[in-house]
Design a protein around this ligand. Structure first.
Ligand SMILES: [Zn+2]
Length: 63
């Protein structure tokens, strides 16, 4: 059975848990648009724009 994917409203990180693995926030949303994968936050303009410092999968927009 597929797990539901949520996005953290604070840092936009994807998670299948009930809390964000990065900031431990429980403010998660199942409504999101756009998916980006950040491999090297220090070498990514998008990561800098979004304030991402940890490699991983992120959503561009979260409702
Ligand atoms: Zn978070």
């Amino acid at each position: 059975m597929a797990k539901r994917t949520y996005v953290c409203r604070k840092c936009k990180r994807f998670t299948t848990d009930k809390e964000c693995p990065i900031c431990k926030s429980t403010a998660l949303s199942a409504s999101w648009k756009g998916l980006i994968v950040i491999n090297d936050p220090n070498d990514s303009e998008i990561a800098k724009t979004l304030g991402i410092t940890v490699p991983g999968k992120y959503a561009l927009f979260v409702d």
